[in-house]
Write a protein that binds this ligand. Structure first.
Ligand code: G3P
Length: 218
């Protein structure tokens, strides 16, 4: 399973990248706003800055909701850098735009996916990635990880090439569950990635090793 970081914060992207296990980055308009990145030129430059930090795919989302706007914006975003993947919402115009991009060799990430039906249309349109939002499903008493499992099963059975990118991951256990469910990618906050390392027995064991070393070596 690949690891993407779900943020537009350059320091966090650098920190995750320095671990050596980062495969890409996802952003969205809320994450860009959180970093106070505003204005078309600054937003575009920020995407390029992210691409210059990591080696893998970087999702950049369109703001337009109509087909023509999505196509115009998506082309501009894709032209910024070869690592850019155009993020498009799972709407009627979005699916049409994904089909256009797929036919024109522009890679896409179909976002705001909350059902198998939306994932099916995204795959049929040729999306590179589909992003089910598992945390937001959990928020409304629906099992987000179960949706990952269902989409993975359907894609495997019908041999769709679209990759399942588990998004809206809120904590470390979500990552482990997505791994078990067969997600191709998990995009996570830095805290959830670092949380994978937390284990009291590791801390206690390390402390003991160092104490024993000191006893003999001073
Ligand atoms: O990857 C999508 C993500 O940014 C949404 O996360 O926590 O706002 O549901 P969240």
């Amino acid at each position: 399973m690949k690891f993407f970081i779900d943020t537009a914060n350059l320091n966090q992207i650098r920190e995750a990248n320095d671990l050596g296990v980062l495969d890409g980055v996802t952003t969205n308009p809320s994450l860009m706003a959180k970093e106070n990145i505003k204005g078309e030129a600054n937003i575009k430059q920020h995407y390029v800055d992210i691409c210059n930090i990591v080696k893998g795919d970087v999702s950049a989302e369109v703001i337009s909701t109509d087909y023509e706007g999505m196509i115009r914006e998506g082309k501009e975003l894709a032209a910024l850098h070869p690592q850019i993947v155009v993020k498009v919402p799972a709407t009627k115009d979005g699916i049409k735009a994904i089909k256009y991009f797929s036919d024109n060799k522009i890679r896409t990430n179909c976002t705001l996916v909350f059902s198998v039906g939306q994932a099916l249309l995204a795959a049929k349109a040729g999306a590179t990635y589909v992003s089910p939002f598992i945390g937001r499903l959990d928020d409304v008493s629906t099992d987000g990880v179960e949706l990952i499992r269902q989409i993975v099963d359907v894609y495997n059975y019908y041999e769709y090439e679209t990759k399942v990118l588990a998004a809206s991951i809120r904590h470390t256990m979500h990552i482990v569950q997505c791994l078990e469910a067969g997600a191709d990618v998990a995009t996570c906050p830095l805290s959830a990635i670092l949380g994978l390392l937390n284990h009291p027995l590791t801390d206690i064991g390390l402390q003991k090793f160092l104490e024993d070393y000191k006893k003999v070596n001073g």
